[in-house]
Design a protein around this ligand. Structure first.
Ligand code: PGA
Length: 262
């Protein structure tokens, strides 16, 4: 059985005080309602606030995991402006994103770099959320599964099967991110079932049956439950709605309450 996993990607938002308050509110609510028994939760603050948020989570002995939105795959050296995995580990980070659509399509990261990042972070012991998903024109051309397959194959090239246990996939149709449009629950399920079968041929069907696949793209408290009830939707990666504690915690509650048995 796959335990649902919900991540809050704060992107380039908030200041230090707001980051502390949001982390504290999330940690308190998750503990009060014992949501962590049925759902793993991670939050991804901007780099500069990682130590602030780490302190808040530590002070509350929180099970909420600390995540980083990005990193550079080399261990150290002349990479001005970048942050290494060892530095993130030093700040208490447990989970990282790779291949987020804004890194791919706004910043311009390609499949090769995303693969290096994915391999490096898994090898360094981090949990990794590898994000994939099609753009609007690709969807219109019926290429959703083809794009997902390509991004999975490229992103996971050379990843040993022993590392699959620390891997999560986030299926995030690019046209649904931050737009208020989201895939229908049936569309998310159809795409994610294909993702799982592709993971089966990359690793093994058994390993694929244990990998969590999140949906991301305008998931909100009001629309989460139906999507999270789909067989191959094992949680969500949440952007805008993760910036309000009550909205984010409502999504975590919906994931914790989603029908099990998968
Ligand atoms: P959104 O972002 O929830 O604001 O659409 C999702 C994401 O980018 O992970």
């Amino acid at each position: 059985m796959r335990k649902p996993f919900v991540g809050g990607n704060w992107k380039m938002n908030l200041d230090g005080a707001a980051a502390r308050t949001l982390a504290d509110d999330v940690a308190r609510a998750v503990a009060a309602d014992k949501l962590d028994r049925a759902c793993d939760v991670a939050i991804f603050p901007p780099f500069v606030y990682l130590p602030h948020v780490f302190n808040v989570l530590r002070d509350r002995s929180s099970s909420v995991m600390l995540g980083a939105q990005d990193f550079w795959p080399e261990p150290n050296g002349a990479f001005t402006g970048e942050v290494s995995l060892a530095q993130l580990k030093d700040c208490g980070v447990q989970v990282v994103l790779a291949g987020h659509s804004e890194r791919r399509h706004v910043i311009g990261e390609g499949d090769e770099l995303i693969n290096r990042k994915t391999r490096a972070a898994l090898a360094a012991g981090f949990a990794v959320i590898l994000c994939i998903g099609e753009k609007l024109d690709e969807r219109a051309a019926g290429k959703t599964d083809e794009v997902n397959q390509r991004q999975l194959r490229a992103g996971l090239a050379g990843v040993p099967i022993e590392h699959a246990a620390r891997l999560t996939i986030a299926y995030e149709p690019v046209w649904a991110i931050g737009t208020g449009k989201n895939a229908t629950p049936a569309d998310a399920q159809a795409a994610q079932a294909k993702v799982r079968s592709e993971l089966g041929s990359i690793f093994s069907p058994e390993a694929a049956s244990r990998i969590r696949i999140q949906y991301g793209g305008s998931m909100k408290a009001g629309n989460a439950a139906e999507t999270l009830a789909q067989n191959d939707v094992d949680g969500g990666l949440i952007g805008g709605a993760s910036l309000k504690a009550d909205e984010f915690v409502a999504i975590v509650s919906a994931a914790a309450a989603a029908p099990r048995g998968r």
